[in-house]
Design a binder for this molecule. Structure first.
Ligand code: FAD
Length: 381
């Protein structure tokens, strides 16, 4: 089913700062339609250029901001979903405690229950103030503690991306023994110096050495900000594609875990990944960064770089992925933080969710899609 022509922002409620939007709109076109109103959805997944509002809602996508309003769930006010058994439309409400959430039920349903045909989305004013800096640390353990301090400070930085030494070297060209923490703040309302200063005090308590703080305010650096967005974020997948064309196994996997378990988890999953890479490819590199941080834990995102076999890249990756997925689930973490389930992740998702919840999902599927025509095999068998 092709929703590409459902690509419009249909209505804007400036007072409540929300818009009624069709699901087939791609990221850039959505922002182009909101910009003249001084508004933004402010949801920028790495796949922004080639993914749609409907896809973000159906997969519960995560944007590239590290804290607070970055997940599509939190930006959703109401949904209209057409199912084989009828239309489900929730009321526009800023919040509601009336039973299980209508919208959260369909968010992440990956097209298996119905088609999202329209959504009222919460918008934000376009930011005018912004500051960013990077902080170098001497050991990865210190870097994790500095990041935790910031995540638990209540400052809610816009960016709080920890890169381990290998990530820092590969993707930022920085050589460091403990890693680099990229910190940024932005606001549409007030200057953010005070927030940045306090954040740098917190990370300094853990040995963090901040570089120059750069102005990212809209007036000062529109061109600069756009440049860094393209180079650090949009170009990364293209670089991976180029390496894959040279027979490299280059892939990622991601999860989330609580801070108390992070050290043991990280050691277990890195060991499993490194062993699998060496067994399948001979040698290889496993890197780690945090894409999102919460007061109770980080979302670690791992990169795998290894020499592959030209005709066997997919099966080589499948073998590595199975080993790391088992390690993730055995450690009690999630099979995905923001990359959805589909069919690929289903065996591990079935271990993650409870049997009771699995029965609820099955019953919902049978009730809404009795003929089983909506994305068969996705989320459930
Ligand atoms: C290089 C790369 C980077 C990525 N970065 C991120 C990231 O930063 N954050 C993130 O969260 N994800 C990321 N992803 C994963 C993916 O892009 C997201 O999950 C995205 O939300 C999918 O949107 P889409 O429009 O491409 O959906 P599709 O891939 O077309 O569809 C995804 C699923 O949703 C269903 N679906 C689509 N539209 C609807 C609808 N209107 N109603 C019901 N079901 C629907 C489809 O049937 C399918 O099951 C990335 C992927 C790649 C390849």
């Amino acid at each position: 089913m092709d929703l590409e022509r459902l690509d419009r922002v249909v209505e804007i409620d400036r007072t409540s700062r929300a818009a009624r939007i069709q699901p087939g709109v791609y990221g850039p076109s959505l922002e182009d339609q909101l910009r003249p109103h001084g508004l933004t959805l402010r949801h920028f997944p790495q796949s922004f250029q080639f993914s749609t509002l409907g896809g973000w809602l159906a997969t519960r996508a995560g944007g590239h901001y590290a804290t607070l309003y970055t997940h599509i769930d939190d930006l959703t006010e109401s949904l209209r979903v057409v199912t084989p058994s009828g239309v489900s439309e929730s009321r526009r409400l800023p919040g509601s405690g009336a039973g299980p959430s209508h919208d959260r039920f369909f968010l992440g349903s990956e097209g298996s229950l119905g088609i999202i045909t329209e959504a009222w989305m919460r918008l934000q004013d376009r930011p005018t103030y912004g500051l960013t800096t990077s902080v170098e640390l001497d050991s990865f353990a210190q870097a994790v503690e500095a990041t935790r301090a910031l995540a638990q400070s209540g400052l809610y930085p816009t960016n709080c991306r920890l890169l381990d030494p290998a990530e820092a070297y590969l993707n930022a060209g920085i050589s460091t023994s403990g890693g680099v923490l990229v910190v940024a703040f932005e606001s549409a309302d007030h200057p953010v110096e005070a927030w940045m200063n306090r954040a740098l005090e917190l990370v300094a308590d853990h040995g963090g050495r901040a570089g120059e703080t750069k102005d990212r305010s809209a007036s000062a650096t529109e061109r600069d900000a756009a440049g860094s967005w393209r180079s650090s974020f949009l170009r990364m997948p293209y670089q991976l594609d180029a390496m894959a064309q040279r027979s490299m196994v280059v892939e990622t996997f991601e999860t989330a875990c609580t801070w108390d378990r992070f050290e043991a988890f990280h050691n277990a999953v890195r060991t499993a990944a490194q062993r699998a890479v060496e067994a399948v490819c001979g040698i290889g590199l496993v890197t780690c960064r945090f894409t999102h941080v919460y007061p109770d834990g980080p979302a670690p995102y791992y990169g795998v770089y290894a020499p592959g076999r030209w005709d066997g890249l997919l099966s080589q990756w499948d073998e590595i992925k199975a080993a790391v997925s088992a390690a993730i689930i055995d450690s009690g973490c999630t099979i995905t933080h923001h990359h959805a389930i589909a069919r690929d992740h289903r065996p591990w998702y079935e271990q993650q969710r409870s049997d009771a919840f699995g029965r609820v999902l099955r019953a919902a599927k049978d009730g809404l899609d009795p003929a089983g025509v909506m994305n068969p095999g996705v989320l459930m068998s």
